[in-house]
Design a protein around this ligand. Structure first.
Ligand code: B16
Ligand code: MG
Length: 217
């Protein structure tokens, strides 16, 4: 039976992808090239340093580690500065209501985010209280699509992978959930999230009963 739901942060609970994009685009521009919206899609769910490597490959730029760490640090400062404009109103439609329904049903909730800023952001949007456990970029050694992040979450919540449903907006995140033996619900475009067991465009009309019927009947 369904015992727990694990949520990705960026793109599932709140749309921070727009701020990551602005900050990374400035990094690219400082190096003399542009970063398109489509290229930014490749960075979803991917760690900060891996994202930088992808961006440098796009611009055909090679840098030493020290410079890369410096660029990633500047990007993160800018990202956090942009995040300061977020308020609890920025929680994506239907997320709170859905989490309330899980809470009433006694289903556990945890976070599985590649971000090292996950707690800061959850505090800003006042969503920290919903999540019993947090697995973030500070805890994991292998990023999505490796299942480590979600397996750690299941272990923290003391549930089995097959008792978990993961909500993810990134292809790499859906792959991580599936590799961990969990059900994956994609949040976004079904033509992109083809490996998900089910795809929703928003939490607005998602009923817990639908999940129970789909996967645990
Ligand atoms: P940070 P998620 C991911 O979060 C983002 O999707 C990805 O774009 C970002 O590079 C990564 O976090 C690392 O974030 O620089 O804040 O540590 O989608 O896994 O919640
Ligand atoms: Mg995400």
């Amino acid at each position: 039976s369904l015992k727990a739901c694990l949520f990705d942060l960026d793109g599932v609970i709140v749309d921070t992808a727009q701020y990551h994009y602005i900050a990374w685009r400035e990094t690219a521009q400082s190096l003399g090239f542009d970063l398109t919206h489509a290229q930014n899609e490749l960075l979803k769910g991917i760690s900060r340093m891996e994202s930088l490597d992808i961006i440098l490959a796009i611009g055909n730029v090679e840098l030493d580690l020290e410079t890369k760490v410096q660029l990633a640090t500047v990007k993160n400062f800018r990202y956090l500065e942009l995040c300061q404009q977020m308020t609890p109103d920025d929680v994506l439609p239907g997320v709170r209501e859905f989490m309330d329904s899980l809470r009433s049903a006694g289903i556990k909730m945890g976070l599985g985010s590649a971000s090292k800023n996950a707690e800061t952001i959850l505090k800003r949007i006042e969503m920290l209280d919903y999540l019993e456990i947090i697995v973030d970029g500070n805890r994991i050694t292998k990023g999505k699509p490796d299942p480590e992040i979600f397996l750690m979450g299941a272990e923290d919540l003391d549930v089995l992978p097959e008792e978990c449903v993961v909500f993810e907006d990134a292809v790499a995140g859906v792959q991580a959930a599936k590799a961990g033996g969990m059900k994956a619900i994609g949040v976004g475009d079904p033509t992109i999230l083809t490996e998900a067991d089910f795809v929703i465009s928003t939490f607005k009309s998602l009923d817990l009963k639908v999940i129970q019927q789909l996967f645990f009947a």
